[in-house]
Unconditional design. Structure first.
Length: 141
């Protein structure tokens, strides 16, 4: 077994390359839904989503037609490869981590999406900045 690094992040899977563009929209949609599931969007959650969206060249994604037409089921169905599912969970867990006042409903939503994706649990960096950098690896070319 590998020795864990300083953050205890030895189980974190880094993508070999950024996800194809077709996966960015469903991931951003799910991240946005993750931020509002508790009916209260924290400033830090918004900041994370804006940073990720800008890096993925999807700055105003909430105003796009596709965003309004998505549902969580449609977004999950579009994430049809393991790397995309993992990327979605990494991004969603980053949004969840950004909310210092997490409610059980947010954890329940995350678990619901993970089950809809049929995905295994993901390991993410403990450190917020390292976690953000991992998310960016999935989203940016």
């Amino acid at each position: 077994m590998d020795n864990p690094d300083a953050n205890g992040d030895s189980q974190v899977i880094q993508p070999k390359r950024a996800l194809p563009k077709k996966y960015l929209e469903p991931i951003l949609y799910l991240a946005d839904r993750m931020s509002s599931v508790d009916k209260e969007v924290a400033i830090k959650e918004v900041s994370i989503i804006v940073t990720l969206a800008e890096a993925a060249n999807k700055k105003n994604f909430q105003t796009e037609r596709w965003f309004k037409e998505f549902t969580q089921e449609k977004a999950c169905a579009m994430l049809d490869i393991d790397a995309a599912k993992r990327g979605a969970l990494v991004v969603m867990s980053l949004v969840l981590k950004a909310d210092k006042n997490r409610l059980p409903s947010e954890h329940e939503y995350f678990t619901k999406i993970r089950k809809l994706l049929g995905a295994e649990a993901v390991a993410v960096p403990i450190d917020m900045e390292s976690h953000k950098q991992l998310a960016l690896l999935y989203l940016t070319q």
